[in-house]
Design a protein around this ligand. Structure first.
Ligand code: G3P
Length: 249
């Protein structure tokens, strides 16, 4: 059982506008009060500067949704870790299943991205998770372990500085959440894998993601190895996101 502060991170995905972002952040700031957990929002890259301003002086940390595996140079369309740092980015998602699925990101690419983030002083939130077919074939454990192993191998002792998000692909945006027991089972596997790599595995926050909402958050967050949530759809509605934050203590 870990005693650290829970982390609730919203992943806005490709949603938002200058106006909508301002309204959402204002509502979050107004409703946040003394949140017992850490809070972050992962925003589309064009809004990093705007959101950096909107969260300044609040308990909300800025996160990005992706980072280049390259340091700098001729990589059109890419955003480097140093650029993210310029905007005060605290966390960056790497290896989200939508990046793996639609942009062909391999475990090696995800590991390289995590390395870039760490080198820039940004905490990578490494996303792992199995598809429905993989779960039904009994491969869940093997898949998440393979995905995490790539990051562990290339990041050595820094591995205790990462955050891991277990996001079963079949639970993302589907309204079909993993049961607290299913999620805990995988989180325990990930914790054991980290413990084999570092004595400080307890420092690593393990987030659950996949249709987390105001109604199911408390039960998921009560599991011993679930240290927070990575929230998609429900993070776009201030009232829902605030209820999830309130459930994390
Ligand atoms: O990264 C968050 C995520 O993929 C879960 O999305 O909409 O199912 O909460 P959602």
């Amino acid at each position: 059982m870990t005693q650290k502060k829970k982390l609730i991170a919203g992943n806005w995905k490709m949603n938002g506008s200058l106006q909508a972002n301002a309204a959402l952040l204002q509502a979050l700031r107004d409703g946040l009060g003394e949140a017992a957990c850490a809070v972050a929002v992962a925003v589309p890259a064009p809004y990093l500067a705007q959101v950096q301003g909107l969260v300044a002086g609040s308990a909300i940390a800025l996160a990005a949704q992706d980072v280049s595996q390259h340091e700098s140079g001729a990589f059109t369309g890419e955003v480097s870790a140093a650029m993210l740092r310029d905007f005060g980015t605290r966390y960056v998602l790497v290896g989200h299943s939508e990046r793996r699925q639609y942009h062909g990101e391999t475990d090696a690419v995800v590991a390289a991205k995590a390395q870039r983030a760490l080198a820039a002083g940004i905490t990578p939130i490494v996303c792992v998770g199995e598809t429905l077919a993989e779960r039904e074939a009994g491969q869940t454990e093997a898949v998440v372990k393979r995905q995490l192993a790539a990051v562990v191998q290339s990041n050595g002792q820094c591995i205790s500085e990462i955050v891991v998000a277990y996001e079963p692909v079949w639970a993302i945006g589907t309204g079909r959440t993993a049961t607290p027991e299913q999620a805990q089972q995988v989180h325990a596997v990930l914790r054991a894998q980290l413990a084999a790599a570092t004595e400080r595995a307890d420092r690593v926050s393990l987030l659950y993601g996949g249709s987390m909402n105001a109604a199911n958050a408390a039960q998921l967050l009560a599991q011993p190895d679930i240290d927070g949530g990575l929230v998609g759809g429900a993070s776009l509605k201030a009232a829902d996101f605030l209820q999830i934050i309130a459930a994390a203590h």
